[in-house]
Ligand binder design. Structure first.
Ligand code: CUA
Length: 196
């Protein structure tokens, strides 16, 4: 009989069925490995949740979705981009089936930008490609995301949470203009840049 190579992967497969004890031992080993991986992941999630106060960004502040248009910070006249006394800007947007209101917002580049969003109906998603802006927009809660745009440019803003038949068309824009041009713009240009 030819000598068996020491590397088990190079040995020919045994003829006939692999003995049941070997199958059981192998499967038990894999179950143990998978179980410990799941255990480690659960420990990491719970630990970071507790130590870093991890939570969905939407669930910090509550707001009544039925009275958004009547009072509070999300009334129509308060939507869009607002200049803060410290030079930063705050953008307030309402997500609603199937649009973002306002549809287009203008912000300055190289400036701290704070997005505050809420939903008037169902769960929507707010995402700006190639930035850290990515949050769910849950009715009843205010989602807040802070960012800073390095360069001027146009950002498409697709809803990324399935919200109904018109979900695919729920896209809006963030228009980033050079910092020095921003204050020169009138309130209307600053708060909306939708096509006329
Ligand atoms: Cu809104 Cu999908």
């Amino acid at each position: 009989m030819a000598e068996q190579p020491s590397n088990p992967f190079q040995r020919p497969l045994p003829s006939g069925v692999v003995p049941e004890t070997v199958v059981v031992r192998t499967e038990e080993r894999w179950v143990a490995i998978m179980g410990s991986m799941l255990g480690i992941m659960m420990v990491v999630i719970v630990m970071t949740g507790v130590t870093s106060a991890l939570h969905p960004p939407s669930n910090v502040e509550v707001v009544d979705p039925q009275t958004l248009h009547l009072n509070g910070e999300f009334v129509e006249s308060n939507l869009g981009t607002a200049l803060e006394p410290d030079g930063s800007v705050t953008v307030r947007i309402i997500a609603v089936q199937f649009d973002f209101v306002p549809r287009c917002v203008r912000v300055p580049a190289d400036t701290p930008v704070r997005f505050r969003l809420t939903s008037a109906d169902v769960v929507h998603g707010f995402l700006l490609p190639n930035t850290n802006v990515n949050t769910m927009v849950v009715p009843g809660f205010v989602a807040e995301v802070r960012t800073r745009f390095k360069y001027a440019g146009e950002y498409e803003m697709p809803c990324h949470e399935f919200c109904g038949m018109g979900h695919h068309g729920m896209v809006s824009h963030v228009s980033v203009v050079p910092k020095d041009q921003f204050p020169e713009q009138g309130l209307l240009e600053r708060t909306s840049c939708a096509a006329k």
